[in-house]
Design a protein around this ligand. Structure first.
Ligand SMILES: Cc1ncc(COP(=O)(O)O)c(C=O)c1O
Length: 419
């Protein structure tokens, strides 16, 4: 299918809005959360209007329909990332919960005694300085609870993963390596397979944070060499409130549960419980049912557009954004400046203008970006900056919107830096 951005924009009703006194909305904050196409919105409305019921436990037609729709979304999510089957897909509320699920399961295993997932002093978890806080803090907490040590890869000045000391970092002490596939700040696409091969050679497990890659490129868990992989629906045209943890089935079989409650049990006595088989063992309580169904619709939507066509469109946008942003005096783009090496999130600083002021001027012009540390404070420190402005492009953005961004930055410079 050929990629027609004008036609795609028609799928997103919000893009017709005029804001801040009549400016057409220029939405450049999709790395934060994406907009939702009509197909996903209609699926959510249809679920609530026609099929709404609780799943797995209701013995009536609506209960059956809701269960089928929810489990159908699990099958779609599994196929989408190349899972062996749908039992490898655990629904969570977002990727943050998916990562915490693994970390808490490991500390529950530690409390239960020695085993594959238990940790102690001398064991190491390896992450990178490029991580979102959601792939840093859970591991810090896990290390505090177990006595394990947290280590990390650094970042090169041009915003790539510094793997020069991989042999020192990944050793027989390493139990888990957890890294981001595509940086939410720099756009960098990391050499996950190379790191995963090194981790596996040392006997460690690998978790991939695919929050920023899954929305933009085909992701296959086997090709990446992942043991665990997480993604989050709201960044890929789906609703908020639903995310995915994929793990190899044999790992899910062995891992102790994270949250306890209804639906994750096989039988309960007053003094003990036995648990359901995965993935249900990890889905306690009433799940975000409609949201899972909406995620299924988002997967269908992206599948119909096709990642090859979408990537080709985004590559043109990235090249154009680099072309119009790089010449602006005082603008420093954090991260790779070669389109092929990066995704479509651009974080930048503007000399003498605070990122919040840049974003305020842009907002006044109807251009939505994010300012701050983008939940990646250590990475900003590594670049010697407090914060940055981030413009992130997605399938519905246009070259003209990149031009509007560049004009807006110049406007901020005129206003604040008197250029
Ligand atoms: C790379 C990356 N990881 C994790 C997250 C956390 O996503 P969520 O808040 O949906 O859990 C984000 C969100 O910005 C992200 O960009």
């Amino acid at each position: 299918m050929t990629f027609d951005v004008a036609r795609i924009r028609k799928d997103f009703p919000i893009l017709d809005r005029q804001i801040r006194g009549g400016h057409p909305l220029v939405y450049l904050d999709s790395a934060n959360t994406s907009q939702k196409p009509r197909q996903v919105l209609d699926t959510l409305a249809d679920f609530y209007e026609r099929h709404n019921a609780n799943i797995h436990r209701a013995s009536h037609q609506l209960g059956e329909e809701a269960t089928e729709a929810y489990e159908g979304a699990r099958i779609k999510a599994g196929r989408f990332i190349g899972a062996r089957d749908e039992t490898e897909i655990v629904f969570t509320k977002n990727i943050t919960e998916a990562i915490n699920l693994v970390a808490y399961s490991m500390s529950n295993a530690t409390a239960a005694g020695p085993g594959r997932f238990s940790l102690g002093p001398g064991d190491e978890i390896v992450i990178t300085e490029m991580e979102h806080h959601s792939n840093i803090v859970p591991w810090q907490l896990l290390c505090q609870r177990t006595g394990a040590t947290l280590r990390w890869f650094g970042v090169t000045p041009d915003g790539r993963l510094d793997t020069s000391n991989i042999g020192d970092l990944i050793t027989e002490r390493t139990r888990l390596v957890s890294l981001v596939h595509q940086s939410n700040v720099l756009g960098t696409i990391n050499p996950v397979r190379m790191v995963a091969d090194a981790a596996h050679a040392a006997g460690a497990l690998v978790l991939v944070d695919a929050a920023q890659s899954v929305p933009h490129m085909p992701v296959d868990v086997t090709e990446l060499g992942a043991d665990f992989l997480g993604f989050t629906s709201h960044k890929m045209c789906g609703p908020t409130g639903i995310g995915v943890l994929w793990a190899r089935r044999e790992l899910l079989d062995e891992m102790p549960p994270f949250l306890g409650g209804g639906e994750m049990i096989e039988s309960v006595w007053m003094d003990r419980t036995t648990f359901s088989a995965p993935p249900h063992k990890f889905e306690a309580g009433t799940m975000p049912i409609a949201q899972a169904v909406g995620l299924g619709a988002a997967i269908d939507y992206l599948g119909e557009i096709g990642f090859d066509a979408m990537r080709a469109h985004e590559l043109q946008l990235i090249e154009h954004a680099l072309e119009v942003l790089t010449p602006i005096e005082g603008v420093r783009i954090l991260g790779p400046t070669k389109a092929a090496d990066r995704g479509s999130a651009f974080s930048f600083t503007v000399a003498d203008v605070h990122p919040h002021d840049v974003s305020q001027v842009l907002d006044d012009l109807g251009i939505a970006v994010r300012a701050g540390h983008h939940c990646a404070w250590p990475l900003h420190r590594a670049f010697g900056v407090q914060s940055s402005t981030r413009a992130s492009f997605y399938l519905y953005n246009t070259r003209e919107e990149a031009d509007a961004l560049a004009d807006g930055i110049r406007e901020a410079q005129r206003f604040f830096a008197r250029r």
